[in-house]
Design a protein around this ligand. Structure first.
Ligand code: SF4
Ligand code: SF4
Ligand code: FES
Length: 248
C-alpha cells in the first residue's frame, strides 16, 4: 500500500484547473483503476470515458504525465509514484468535461474518405483472387481501435490546429488500408494531396510511438501514401507516361 497524489484536470469547455487527490494504491492497479477509486471515494462527479478495461474499445484515452495513453493499459508500477501523477484530457480535441473530450470530429473526417470500391470478379470463375502478401500488407492497419491517441500527439492537430486541412495519422492509416487493398479500384490520391493535407506530415513518427496497437503508422502507411502522391503529381516521367500510354 502506498499513498500517491493524482493531479487530475477538472473543468469543461469554458475552462478548468488541476485538482490534487491523495489516495492509496495497491499492487497491480492501472491508472483507470485509481481514477475509478477517486471517483468512488472523493469525486463522484469526475467525468471519464471507458468501456472495456482491456485496451480494445479505445475509450479511455487521456494524457498521463503529458503522454497520450490508454488509462486502462497504463500500469501504476510503470510510473514514478513519488511525484504527483498528472491526468488530463486529450489536448487535440475540445473538452466536454474533466477527462472526457469531444472526438466527433474524427467520425466526420471518416465519412469524407472514399469508401472501398471493389473490382469486378475474375471472369473465368467469378471469384476474387489475391496474393497473400497483398492481404498481409493491410492486416496491421485493421488492428486500429480508434483511440485517437495518434491524432492527439500529432503536432499538426495538437499545436497547429489544422483540423480543417489535415485528416491526421488515424485516417492516413484508414486510407492506406483502402488504397493498398488488393481489390480496391478507387483513387484517393487527389484528396490526400489537397483537402486531406498529407503534405503537413513531416514524418516525426510521434504517432507510431503512442499507438497502443503498435501499428507502424509512419513507415507502413504514411510514407507509402506520400510516395504514391509524389509519383502521381510530381514525377514528370510518370505524368508523361500517363498522357501517352495507350488506353486499356
Ligand atoms: S509522423 Fe506525421 S502524422 Fe505522425 S505525428 Fe508526425 S507529423 Fe503527425
Ligand atoms: S492508429 Fe493506433 S493510435 Fe491511432 S487511433 Fe488507431 S489504434 Fe489508436
Ligand atoms: S477502457 Fe477500453 S481501451 Fe481502455
Amino acid at each position: 500500500m502506498k499513498t500517491v497524489v493524482f493531479r487530475i484536470w477538472r473543468g469543461d469547455a469554458t475552462g478548468g484547473k488541476f485538482v490534487d487527490y491523495t489516495t492509496e494504491i495497491t499492487e497491480g492497479l492501472v491508472v483507470l483503476d485509481v481514477v475509478h477509486k477517486i471517483q468512488a471515494d472523493q469525486a463522484n462527479d469526475l467525468a471519464c470515458r471507458w468501456n472495456c478495461k482491456a485496451g480494445k474499445c479505445g475509450s479511455c484515452s487521456a494524457e498521463v504525465n503529458g503522454i497520450p495513453k490508454l488509462m486502462c493499459m497504463t500500469r501504476m508500477d510503470t510510473l514514478n509514484t513519488d511525484k504527483p501523477i498528472t491526468i488530463e484530457p486529450m489536448r487535440a480535441f475540445p473538452s466536454i468535461r474533466d477527462l472526457a473530450t469531444d472526438v466527433s470530429w474524427n467520425f466526420r473526417v471518416k465519412t469524407k474518405i472514399k469508401k472501398f470500391k471493389p473490382r469486378k470478379p475474375d471472369a473465368e470463375d467469378g471469384t476474387w483472387r489475391m496474393q497473400q502478401e497483398d492481404v498481409d500488407r493491410v492486416q496491421e492497419f485493421r488492428k486500429c481501435i480508434e483511440c485517437f491517441l495518434c491524432q492527439d500527439v500529432c503536432h499538426v492537430l495538437r499545436d497547429h490546429h489544422k483540423h480543417d486541412e489535415f485528416i491526421g495519422p488515424r485516417f492516413l492509416v484508414y486510407t492506406a488500408a483502402l488504397e493498398m487493398h488488393p481489390l480496391d479500384t478507387e483513387d484517393r490520391l487527389p484528396e490526400l494531396k489537397q483537402s486531406q493535407g498529407i503534405g503537413f506530415c513531416n514524418i516525426t513518427k510521434c504517432c507510431t510511438k503512442v499507438c497502443p496497437e503498435h501499428i507502424t503508422i509512419t513507415d507502413n502507411a504514411i510514407i507509402p501514401l506520400k510516395e504514391r502522391v509524389v509519383d502521381e503529381f510530381y514525377d514528370p516521367f510518370g505524368w508523361l507516361w500517363k498522357k501517352i500510354r495507350p488506353k486499356s
